[in-house]
Write a protein that binds this ligand. Sequence first.
Ligand SMILES: Cc1cc2nc3c(=O)[nH]c(=O)nc-3n(C[C@H](O)[C@H](O)[C@H](O)COP(=O)(O)OP(=O)(O)OC[C@H]3O[C@@H](n4cnc5c(N)ncnc54)[C@H](O)[C@@H]3O)c2cc1C
Length: 268
Amino acid sequence: MQTYTEVGSAPIKARETVRHRVVIIGGGTAGITVAAQLVRKGIHDIALIEPSDKHYYQPLWTLVGAGVAKAEQSVREEKRFIPKGVRWVQEEAVEIDPEQKLVCTRNGTRVAYDFLVVAPGVVSDWDKIAGAADTLGQNGVSTNYGYDLAPKTWEFIQQTQEGVALFTMPNTAEPGYTIKCGGAPQKIAYMAADYFRMRGRPVKVIYATAGGLLFGVPEFCKVLEGVCERYGIEVLTKHELIAVDPNRKVATFALKDKPGETREIEFD
Ligand SMILES: Cc1cc2nc3c(=O)[nH]c(=O)nc-3n(C[C@H](O)[C@H](O)[C@H](O)COP(=O)(O)OP(=O)(O)OC[C@H]3O[C@@H](n4cnc5c(N)ncnc54)[C@H](O)[C@@H]3O)c2cc1C
């Protein structure tokens, strides 16, 4: 029984051990790009371990949240992007044995390598924000960091006739934190502000970031501060979102420059 889709080489069977010079975990933008670059350089003995048959172009989700694109436009068939000759192991990698140079999949297949590229992407940990996991996609609370949720952002922006539209940027400065895209929270704030302005809606846009600056590169920061000023966006720095209360419509922030202190902001 064949359990793997293969693109450019002989199919492999469940629980078989296969060997490739290069093994890549994750067929997202990073994994596919590495595979394509290696193939271009003449390295063809590659296996790509990726369970999903769909590839998501995540940067489009910002535009989905702003109503400029549809979520479906961000999806393609994974097999379209796997370079010819690369073996696709359509399974989830669950274990790496660096001593034996082996990757094990959930299905029990062992993929041996000379070189391993680990590119499984970033998984959002919504439990870091109390109340977020239960309310995302409802009660006016959404995120663009998800295929299903970005359309909700657009829904909520359209529904907001007045009041406060609050956009937040997580903490990326401290060890252990990472983010799918640092620019995405700002971009949706600008596009929402533009939407409200074009329709003459009295909506106050607040952009709250856990960082100390609007943007890390001074030249860009200056320009972006000008954009915020033009749109009347209130920028709050050192505000780390730690809780969302959908019933009270209140977001709670830890104030990074005042240890132990928090601040509540109401949103619509
Ligand atoms: C809203 C938004 C806006 C963005 N805007 C921009 C932008 O303007 N510019 C920009 O440069 N970047 C932007 N990005 C970031 C960009 O999308 C990511 O940097 C990029 O997708 C990361 O690629 P990746 O391959 O590391 O991860 P992903 O694209 O997330 O792919 C990871 C892959 O690994 C697979 N995988 C996970 N676990 C396993 C496992 N155990 N075994 C095998 N496979 C596994 C997954 O199925 C997935 O296919 C944005 C992201 C978002 C969400």
